[in-house]
Every structure is written in C-alpha cells, then in structure tokens.
Write a protein that binds this ligand. Sequence first.
Ligand code: ATP
Ligand code: MG
Length: 369
Amino acid sequence: MRLESIQLEHFRNYAGQRVDFDPVCNVICGENAQGKTNLLEAMVCLSTGKSHRTRSDRELVRFGEAGFRLAGSIHTRGRDFLSQLEAGFGRKKHMAVNKVPAKSASELSAVLNTVFFCPEDLQLIREGPAARRRFMDASLCQLRPGYAAALSEYQRLHEHKTRILRDCDERPDLIATLPDFNLRMAETGAVLIHYRARFAAVLAKYAAAAHSECSGGRERLEVRYQTVKTVADPLADQKLLVLQLLEHQRTHHYAEVSSRQCLSGPHKDDLEVELDGLNARSFASQGQTRTAALSLKLAAREIHKEIIGEYPILLLDDVLSELDPRRQEYVLNRLGSGQVFITCCEEDRLHALLKGRVYRVSGGVVTGG
Ligand code: ATP
Ligand code: MG
C-alpha cells in the first residue's frame, strides 16, 4: 500500500498544495510551526475520515476559509484509488473513493491504512495501564469487527454495573440485579481476553524483534499480557475463561459493594513492558522509552500486514530527536518494506538517510522531493 500523492486545499496552514511521494521513505523537514505535523494529519484524515488531534473539522479549515478539501492517490491491492474528503462549505462532510460517495470512514480505511507515531505516544510506556489498553483496543477494533462489538457491549455493561454499585445504598433492591450483569460481563469479558491474549502474543514477538534491531541487539524488550488474576491461561477456551471470571467476581463481591466500584474484569487489563527484566515505566531512559514505544507501533504494523496482506503506511512525527545515530539509522533505513513518512526539525541528522526523498516545509509550502 502506498500514498503516491496528496492534494490539500485550505487545510490547516496549507492554502493549496500537491505533493508527490517516494514509494519507500519520505522525510519532511522544517522549523517549528511550519506545517510538518499538519501534513501527516491530512494523511490520517484521508485514512480514518477524522483527525487524530481534534474532533472538530472546523479547526482543520484554514483560518478565514469556508472549508477544506483533501485528495490522495493510493496504490493498493494492485490497483489505483483516489480518496477524497471535504468538510465545511456549509455542507455535510463528504468522503469518496474513486468518485463514489463513501457511506462511512471505513471505506476510506479499506483503501488507506495508517499507523501513526507521535511524541504523545511515549505515554504508552510512561503512563498507567489505560494508555496501553487504548492501544490494544484501537488496533483490535480496526482489525477485528467481533472485538469492536464486544468492547462496546462490555463498556455499556460496565457503566451500568458501576451505576448500580453507586446507587445500591439508597436502593438495596438493585443488588439482586448484579448476578445477571456479572454473567454478561464475564461472557463479553472472555471475548475481550480471547482477542487480547492472541494480539499480545504476536505483538510481543514483533516488538521484541524491532527493539532488539533498533538497539543493535543491546536491549531485550518483553511484553506480557496481564489480565484478571484467576485467569490462569488467557489463551484457554472461552468457556473456561467465563468460569474463571465468575470466580474472580464472586471473591470480589463484598469489596465491590463496599467500595461501590467495579473491581473485577478485563477493564483493568494491562500490557506489562519490561526492558532487560526491569519495568520500562519506572526504569527506561528517554531514548529507551522512545525506542520501546516505537517498537510497539512497529509491531502493530506487522500485525496489520499479517491480517490485511500489505503494510499500512507508517507516519512518524518527530521520532528522531532523542535517538542516538544508530537508532536513527534504523528508523530511516531499516524498517523493511512499506512506505514511511518521517518529520524532523534538524536537517543535519539526515546524513543517516540512505534511500528516499527529503522535503522542506516552510509556512505551509512544501518544496523538494
Ligand atoms: P513542530 O516542529 O513544532 O512540531 P510543525 O511543523 O509540525 O511544528 P504544525 O503542527 O504542522 O507544525 O503547525 C503549523 C502551524 O499551523 C501552527 O503554527 C498553527 O498555528 C498553524 N495552524 C493550525 N491550524 C490552522 C488553521 N486552521 N489555519 C491556519 N493555520 C493553522
Ligand atoms: Mg509537529
């Protein structure tokens, strides 16, 4: 899969711009606030129908204009596609693939898949379990419709059970409804664990390989899926998982009622990340944190490739800073096949670039390539 060219009209700080890309590596350089991230954001919009930075399409419209248009020429599955997105102009958002209106953003995703990495993704390593669950959920929802359905059902049940626990002091009769919620949460929870355990096992393999290569074989990254304590083997049959989840709920019943919180279930899952046997969250250096977070994203890209048969395009916003020359060389040249876009501020880093094209962005105008 590759993005051959993109056209932006009144998008962020771009007035009107067309850029043709290299099939392998594209490096986008420029000073701060010139439009590097905006260009990657346009690619994300063409892939998901929305920005990763804002929910409001209005913010994406160049100041003083009425709307924006994006178009991308994409080559995938041996064919050429034209994806278009238009918002503002006093009309409903419009998306199209090969000039045929798209009903939902998933029609755009079917043509262009992206894996995006930006400095905020360091929270994958630095922050608590919620950031890593979001990462698992986002990847699995894109790839497995069955997972997306189970996740939204589980979240609905979880919210409802939390309300019951909160209100059961005033209304003790609500306690009687808990067994029914518990059973349904155990059943949908088992589906989540089933998918997450398999995803984490493959992710662990690819992330370890990426991290080892990026660090020149000097560091060992381990990723382990952590779920409800009573689940002895998360890869086990779902029927067994249901029984083990029910057992955990049973032993936590009083704690849940007295704390008025839902304490039992996979909404507390985590991916434990260790570097050379030490917890990465507590002990990793800045460069190690960046390498480990990047390795998780690269692993997600490999999983996409396994499932959809082609690499998604990889967007790396500002990853080179804080990496030593060896790690930079890996990012610039050795990510294997698949198309990559990398933004950076300092051009002198690029002596490590062996193949690909360099673009310069200044005040919303792209040159070079
Ligand atoms: P950095 O190196 O600091 O990350 P960058 O090149 O990635 O910089 P961008 O995030 O792409 O910078 O933003 C460039 C500029 O775009 C910002 O100065 C911002 O004010 C401007 N900008 C953002 N939204 C709009 C908009 N809707 N209309 C016009 N300009 C905008
Ligand atoms: Mg930026």
